[in-house]
Design a protein around this ligand. Structure first.
Ligand code: MRU
Length: 341
C-alpha cells in the first residue's frame, strides 16, 4: 500500500485521503495544482517524506497538464506551479526539496529536450523519489531497529508511519523493522492535538499491522514516563537544522520529559529532512486556523470568538536529542558528520 502515486490513466496524483481515517480508507485523484495545494493544506496528504513525493509529483502534474508545446513555455508553466506548491506548507523541508529535485531534473535536459521529453523527465524523477523513499525508510528502519531491545515500550507522537511517507515510515518504520526481526515491541501513541494524527493514523496503522499500541492523550506522557513505562521515545521530523529538530507540536514537551526521566529520545528521519544551512530562528513554523482548536467537527469546543494560538510544529533543541536515526547511520548531536543532504 502506497500513500501517494501517479495515476497514468487520468494523468493525476493519486493519494490516500488521510482526513477520512480511521473511519474509511479512501483514495482520491488530484488533477490540478490548486487541488494538490488544497490536499496538502488540509492534510489529505501529510508527513514530511510524503510531502517530498507530493512536491515532485506536483511538478510532474504541472508538466502533464500544461498545454504548452514549446519547451520554454512549458518550463515557465512548471516553474510557476513549483513556486505555488513550495509555498503550500512552510515547515517540512521535504516539500520544497521534492519540488526542487523534479525541477532540477528537467533543467538538466531542457536545452536538448522537446516538451514531451520534459514531461517524461519530471514524472521519472517523481517516481524515482517515491521509490527511493520506500528503500530509504527500510534502510533507516534497519539502522534504528538495532537500538530496540526485545520487550521495549516506545512512546511516539503524531504519525511518522507509512502514511507520512510513501511507505514503511520513519519512527514507525524503526518499530516495524524491529518487529520484523522478531522483537516484541509495544507502543504508546499520543493522540496529537489538535488534528489527532496519533489517534486517527498511528493507532490505526499499528493496529492494522498487529503491533500492540496503547493510545494516550498528549498530557499523559509525563505520568507514564515517571511510572517507568517507557523505554524509548522515537519521533519523526519535518526539518532538522544545525541546532534543532522541527516536528509536530508537542514533540519538545516529550523531549524535555524524556530528559527529566533519563529516557533516550530518538528522531528518525531521512537525510532529505536535514537543512543544515539554516538555524532554528530562520525557520517558519506554520500557524493553522483557530477552529482546529475551537471546534471538533460539528461541535463547538470553546467560545466561538476566543483567541487561539495554533502553531503546527515546535522546535526541539538538538542537545535534547539522544540520536538521529537516518539511512546512513545514527548521528549523536552535535556531531553530524556531513555538510548537508
Ligand atoms: O502536520 P503533519 O501531520 O504533516 O505533521 C507531520 C509530522 O509532524 C511528522 O511527525 C513528521 O512529518 C515526520 S513524518 C515521517
Amino acid at each position: 500500500m502506497r500513500t501517494i502515486w501517479w495515476d497514468a490513466e487520468s494523468r493525476a496524483v493519486g493519494m490516500i485521503d488521510q482526513t477520512h481515517l480511521p473511519e474509511r480508507l479512501e483514495d482520491i485523484l488530484v488533477g490540478s495544482i490548486d487541488g494538490l495545494c488544497e490536499a496538502i493544506q488540509s492534510l489529505r496528504v501529510r508527513g514530511a517524506p510524503a510531502l517530498g513525493a507530493a512536491g515532485a509529483y506536483g511538478v510532474a502534474l504541472a508538466a502533464a497538464r500544461s498545454g504548452a508545446t514549446d519547451p520554454a513555455a512549458l518550463l515557465d508553466d512548471v516553474r510557476e506551479a513549483a513556486g505555488v506548491i513550495r509555498a503550500a506548507r512552510p515547515t517540512a523541508v521535504n516539500l520544497s526539496w521534492g519540488v526542487d529535485r523534479a525541477v532540477k531534473a528537467i533543467d538538466e535536459i531542457k536545452e536538448s529536450a522537446d516538451a514531451d521529453e520534459i514531461r517524461a523527465a519530471a514524472l521519472a524523477e517523481a517516481e524515482l523519489i517515491a521509490g527511493e523513499d520506500v528503500s530509504i525508510n527500510k534502510a533507516l528502519g534497519e539502522v534504528g531497529a538495532s537500538l530496540l531491545e526485545d520487550g521495549d515500550v516506545v512512546l511516539t507522537h503524531c504519525n511518522a508511519g507509512r502514511l507520512a511517507c510513501v511507505d514503511w515510515g520513519t519512527a514507525l518504520g524503526v518499530i516495524r523493522s524491529a518487529v520484523a526481526q522478531g522483537k516484541k515491541i509495544s507502543v504508546y501513541a499520543c493522540e496529537t492535538r489538535p488534528l489527532f494524527q496519533g489517534s486517527r493514523l498511528t493507532a490505526w496503522e499499528l493496529s492494522e499491522d498487529n503491533i500492540p499500541v496503547t493510545l494516550i492523550c498528549d498530557s499523559m506522557a509525563g505520568m507514564i514516563m515517571r511510572q517507568g513505562k517507557i523505554d524509548k521515545v522515537i519521533v519523526g521530523a519535518d526539518r532538522i537544522t544545525k541546532d534543532a529538530v522541527f516536528n509536530k507540536i508537542g514533540t519538545y514537551t516529550h523531549a524535555v520529559l524524556a530528559k527529566a526521566h533519563g529516557i533516550p529520545f530518538y528522531v528518525a528521519a531521512p537525510i532529505s529532512t536535514f537543512d543544515l544551512a539554516h538555524s532554528e530562528e530562520e525557520v517558519e513554523i506554520e500557524e493553522r486556523g483557530a477552529d482546529e482548536i475551537r471546534r471538533l467537527g460539528d461541535r463547538q469546543l470553546a467560545p466561538p470568538e476566543v483567541r487561539v494560538y495554533n502553531p503546527a510544529f515546535d522546535a526541539t533543541p538538538i542537545d535534547l536529542v539522544t540520536g538521529i536515526i537516518t539511512e546512513r547511520g545514527i548521528y549523536r548531536p552535535p556531531e553530524i558528520p556531513f555538510k548537508n543532504r
